[in-house]
Design a protein around this ligand. Structure first.
Ligand code: HSE
Length: 401
């Protein structure tokens, strides 16, 4: 019998309890161990809840109980989750989490601590929710050198972009509707400004390089500036607009950034719509692999955390592969990467565009007083220099082919 505890009985925490208790027999059949949840840590009481007798308010009860070998942390945020996780790992108790803020900020230290104490710090649910992504990278793709990751890593913004394209509605209208339906937070900044996707691509960059990427070094641009006019041009070109988290290794340099991009139907991420996530992982031997699924939500996220709990049970005192060292990953400015750009200009600038940018594809979306252009490939510094010569533009969106 393995005794586990859950930190936090909110949406994800209660989902973890539901997954483990619903599939308890199946987990026993697969692991040869009966996994029982002995405690649930929360400040609140839950009268009438089927697991109300398991609720404890003092973390010491769990940390000082030698029977507890695995903890699922679903508190979110840095503190007190960081302190509790450090204490649990120091006591040789494995910790599994969906807490991307904590993994991004302290993942290197917590993975090292787990190794030193013959236990595990696993965080499958922190990127891509229920998609089996991180474990696949460190196990199935372990013989590959991963040089590119491109992901739709945020369900809220993908939902908003999908709705804007389908309904021709403006950002603010769709955001309000998403908030009413519970698909967007009341304070949507972390999602719509790209911070959430930024943390996730930071974790992926750390995982694939084995070095510690810093979120502060990752450029993030959100979707608040995308308008219905941009979608009209995207449609005219047979493209969609997606918020992409991008990691690249090129000529010994590493890049990580988040920004909206236009993609065409040749890109496997083209059909990833609504709240879903999709992640393209390129290995030097395997080529492109694609992962798709629910990037958020109670049971998908809980399923990934529960999967980590089961892995910890199977591993016993053995530390599983994954994690990264404290060595800093040097990230190069994303502006050095070459790509095409979509640019909207007023009619008076149309004749200048090809003189400055070279051969472009002109796009007419039927919007009075302006035209769109798809440029050839150039790095972003060059693009900005040329845009300066043009004397400004209405808007620009990067193009990922
Ligand atoms: N706000 C996040 C999203 C939740 O929309 O994808 C999952 O990390």
């Amino acid at each position: 019998m393995v005794k586990a505890a859950v930190f936090g009985y909110g949406t994800v925490g209660s989902g973890i309890v539901e997954v483990i208790m619903t599939n308890r027999q199946l987990i026993t059949d697969r692991t040869g161990e009966d996994v029982d949840i002995k405690y649930i840590l929360d400040l609140r009481d839950f009268p009438g809840d089927p697991y109300e007798t398991k609720i404890v308010h003092d973390v010491e009860t769990i940390l000082n109980d030698p029977e507890i070998t695995v903890i699922a942390e679903a508190m979110g945020g840095i503190e007190p989750a960081y302190t509790f996780t450090k204490r649990a790992l120091s006591a040789g108790k494995s910790v599994c989490t969906s807490n991307k803020e904590l993994v991004e900020k302290h993942g290197a230290e917590l993975c090292t601590l787990a190794k030193e104490n013959s236990c595990n710090y696993l965080f499958e649910a922190s990127v891509g929710g229920g998609i089996p992504l991180l474990r696949t990278i460190v196990t199935s793709l372990t013989a590959d050198h991963i040089d590119a990751v491109t992901g739709i890593l945020n369900g809220t913004t993908n939902y908003i972009l999908t709705k804007m394209a389908r309904e021709g509605s403006e950002f603010d209208t769709v955001l309000k509707e998403a908030q009413e339906k519970g698909y967007a937070e009341r304070n949507p900044e972390a999602d719509v400004e790209g911070h959430d996707a930024g943390r996730k691509i930071t974790i992926l960059a750390s995982l694939v390089t084995g070095k510690n990427a810093d979120y502060e070094d990752v450029y993030t641009e959100g979707i608040t500036g995308i308008t219905t006019a941009d979608f009209a041009y995207a449609k005219a070109m047979g493209r969609v607009i997606r918020l992409l988290g991008i990691y690249r290794e090129l000529d010994g340099k590493y890049f990580a950034y988040v920004a909206p991009a236009m993609i065409d139907d040749q890109n496997p991420l083209y059909s990833v719509s609504d709240v879903f996530n999709g992640v393209l992982v390129h290995g030097n031997m395997v080529g492109d692999t694609m992962f798709y699924g629910a990037g958020a939500g109670k049971l998908p996220t809980a399923s990934a955390v529960a999967g980590d709990v089961v892995d910890c049970v199977r591993a016993g005192k053995k530390t599983l592969p994954g994690g990264w060292s404290m060595e800093k990953l040097p990230l190069t400015d994303h502006k050095a990467l070459e790509k095409s750009f979509f640019i909207r200009v007023t009619d008076d600038k149309v004749s200048e565009v090809e003189k400055i940018f070279g051969q472009c594809r002109q796009v007419d979306a039927g919007i009075a007083g302006e035209k769109g252009f798809l440029t050839g490939r150039m790095d972003e510094n060059t693009f900005e220099e040329k845009a300066g010569q043009l004397g400004g533009y209405i808007s620009r969106i990067r193009v990922e082919d």
